[in-house]
Design a protein around this ligand. Structure first.
Ligand SMILES: Cc1cc2nc3c(=O)[nH]c(=O)nc-3n(C[C@H](O)[C@H](O)[C@H](O)COP(=O)(O)OP(=O)(O)OC[C@H]3O[C@@H](n4cnc5c(N)ncnc54)[C@H](O)[C@@H]3O)c2cc1C
Length: 460
C-alpha cells in the first residue's frame, strides 16, 4: 500500500555528506554553530567512495605552490588549505596524512627559464627552493638516471608537502563531528532527490525514499552532481559540466617524494606526476585525462542528466567547445590525452610522457589501473566559452551549492567553514558561528577523545 513519506523540519541539510566537502561542512556545523538539527544524506554506504576515495585522486594537498597558479590564486589556495594542514598535524596519523617532499621539474631551455622566473616569487611566498641537476640527482636519483647530459633540467622543491588519504579525512571529520554532537544525523545508503525552494514554508524541500525534508538551510556537496542542484534552484545556468576522467598507472617504486612535470599555463588539469601511494603498494603515475560521458565513472544513471544539461544549449554549448579548442595548447593537450587512451600503442605514448620525469622507465613496467581515477566536474562557461578552474560555490539565500574540481579536497575544510558561516550569517539571530570554536576544533583542543566503537561507521 502507498505509504506517506515522513515530513521533517531541520536547521541544516547537507547533501553528499560522504565526500570531503560534505564531511568538512558537517564538521564546521557541529563544531562551531548552535544549529539544533543537522542532517547529512549520502547515497553510498560509507564516506569517501567517489572522488574523495584514495584511489581516485592524486592525494596531494595543494597549498598554492603549484607553478601553474597565478600569484592571486596561489595565495587564495594557500589560505584555504591551512585548516586541513592544521587538522592533519593535530591528528598525527600516517593513515590520514604524511609529510612528503614535493618537486616540480622543468626540462629544456624554455621550461627552465619559465620555472626559474616563477621560483622567485614562489620562494618568497612559500619558501620553496630552486635546485639544479646535482641536487635533483641526490634527492630523486631516477629523475636524472639515463637522462641526456646535455638536456637542461632544474626543479623547485619543498620538504613540507602533504599527502592525504582524503577518504580517511572524510571518515575522521564525520567521526569527530559525531563525537562532538551525537545528535548529528547521518543517513547513508540514502539518495537525495532534487531540491526546490518552498516559498510558503520559507524552507528548502528535498525528498529521499522515505522522508521529505524541509530545511532552513541547505548545502549541496554532491561533487559532479552539484551543478544539477544549482540549475534546479535557478543558479549557475551559464555553466555545464564537461566531465574529465583521470586515470592512473602503477609503476615500480622509482621516487621517494612527489615529482611533478612543469604544467602548461591555462590548462586546468594538473600535469602528470609520479608519487608514492599513501595506502602503500607501488608508485603511481597520472592523472591521464579523457573526456567522459559519465559524471561518475560507469554509473549509467548519471548520463541522462549530463545529456539534458548540454541539450538545453544546442547552439551555445557546441560554440563554447569550438572556442575552447581554438586554442593550440588545448588542442595539443586533447590530442596527447587521446593518444594515451589508444589500445596497444597508447601505452607507448604513456611511457614516452613518463620518461620526461623518469627517463629509465620501460613500457612493460607500467600497468594501467582499471579501477582508479575519479571524474573531474570541469565547469564550462558556455557564455564566455571558457573552462573555469577551481572550486565554485553557487549561492542562494541560506543555500550553498559546491562544485569541486581539484583542488577541492585540499580546501574542503575551509569550504565547509565558509559555507556554514555565510549561511549562519544569513539565518541571523539566534544562530551564530563561533570562529574561535572552529579553530580550536581544527587544532584538536575541542575534540573529545573517541571510544573505540565510535571508529566504526556502523554506529553513526
Ligand atoms: C583525477 C583527480 C585527481 C585529483 N587530485 C586532487 C588532489 O591531489 N588534491 C586535491 O585537493 N583535489 C584533487 N582532486 C579533486 C578532489 O578529488 C575533489 O575536489 C574532492 O574529492 C571533491 O570532494 P567532494 O566531497 O566535493 O566530492 P565527492 O568526493 O565526489 O563526494 C560527493 C558525495 O556526494 C554523494 N552524492 C552525490 N549525489 C548524491 C545524491 N543525489 N544523494 C546523496 N548523496 C549524493 C556521493 O556519493 C559522494 O559521496 C582530484 C580529482 C580528480 C578527478
Amino acid at each position: 500500500m502507498f505509504k506517506r513519506k515522513r515530513e521533517r523540519y531541520v536547521d541544516m541539510l547537507i547533501l553528499g555528506v560522504g565526500g570531503v566537502s560534505g564531511a568538512g561542512t558537517a564538521f564546521a556545523a557541529c563544531m562551531a554553530t548552535n544549529l539544533k538539527s543537522v542532517v547529512g544524506i549520502e547515497q553510498y554506504a560509507e564516506p569517501g567512495l567517489v572522488n574523495s576515495h584514495w584511489a581516485n585522486n592524486s592525494q596531494t594537498v595543494h597549498t598554492g605552490d603549484d607553478p601553474h597558479y597565478t600569484e592571486e590564486k596561489a595565495e587564495e589556495t594557500h589560505a584555504a588549505s591551512l585548516p586541513l594542514f592544521q587538522y592533519a598535524k593535530t591528528k598525527n596519523n600516517p593513515l590520514l596524512a604524511q609529510t612528503i617532499r614535493k618537486m616540480t621539474i622543468a626540462v629544456g631551455t624554455e621550461e627552465c627559464a619559465v620555472l626559474r622566473e616563477q621560483s622567485k616569487w614562489m620562494a618568497k611566498k612559500f619558501g620553496i627552493r630552486l635546485i639544479e641537476r646535482d641536487e635533483i640527482a641526490r634527492l630523486e636519483p631516477n629523475v636524472i638516471k639515463e637522462r641526456d647530459e646535455k638536456e637542461e633540467i632544474c626543479a623547485i622543491v619543498t620538504d613540507d608537502g602533504l599527502m592525504v588519504n582524503f577518504q580517511e579525512l572524510a571518515r575522521m571529520l564525520l567521526a569527530d563531528a559525531k563525537a562532538a554532537r551525537p545528535d548529528l544525523e547521518l543517513q547513508f545508503n540514502t539518495s537525495a532527490g532534487k531540491a526546490t525552494y518552498d516559498a510558503a514554508r520559507g524552507c528548502y524541500r528535498v525528498a529521499t525514499k522515505h522522508e521529505i525534508f524541509y530545511a532552513k538551510s541547505l548545502v549541496v556537496t554532491c561533487g559532479a552532481g552539484s551543478l544539477s542542484y544549482a540549475h534546479h534552484l535557478g543558479l549557475g545556468r551559464e555553466y555545464v559540466i564537461g566531465p574529465v576522467k583521470g586515470d592512473y598507472c602503477a609503476i615500480p617504486d622509482v621516487v621517494t617524494g612527489k615529482v611533478y612535470e612543469a604544467q602548461t599555463k591555462g590548462i586546468p588539469f594538473s600535469g602528470g606526476h609520479v608519487d608514492p601511494n599513501i595506502v602503500g603498494g607501488r608508485c603511481r603515475f597520472g592523472p591521464l585525462t579523457k573526456f567522459s560521458l559519465f559524471l561518475e565513472w560507469f554509473k549509467w544513471k548519471t548520463v541522462p542528466g549530463l545529456m539534458r544539461m548540454w541539450m538545453r544549449h544546442p547552439i551555445r554549448g557546441p560554440l563554447a567547445l569550438y572556442k575552447i579548442f581554438q586554442e593550440d595548447k588545448m588542442r595539443a593537450y586533447a590530442k596527447e590525452q587521446f593518444l594515451f587512451g589508444l589500445p596497444v600503442v597508447g601505452m607507448e605514448h604513456v611511457a614516452e610522457k613518463l620518461r620526461k620525469i623518469i627517463p629509465s622507465i620501460r613500457t612493460e613496467d607500467i600497468v594501467r589501473l582499471s579501477n582508479a581515477g575519479g571524474t573531474r566536474p570541469q565547469l564550462v562557461n558556455i557564455l564566455l566559452g571558457i573552462l573555469e578552474m577551481g572550486n565554485k560555490v553557487f549561492a542562494a539565500f541560506c543555500a550553498r551549492i559546491v562544485s569541486t574540481p581539484s583542488p577541492g579536497a585540499s580546501v574542503s575544510m575551509a569550504t565547509g567553514r565558509d559555507v556554514v558561516s555565510q549561511i549562519i550569517g544569513e539565518m541571523g539571530f539566534p544562530y551564530y558561528f563561533d570562529h574561535h570554536a572552529f579553530e580550536s576544533a581544527v587544532s584538536g583542543s575541542m575534540i573529545k577523545p573517541r571510544a573505540p566503537w565510535e571508529h566504526s561507521f556502523g554506529t553513526l
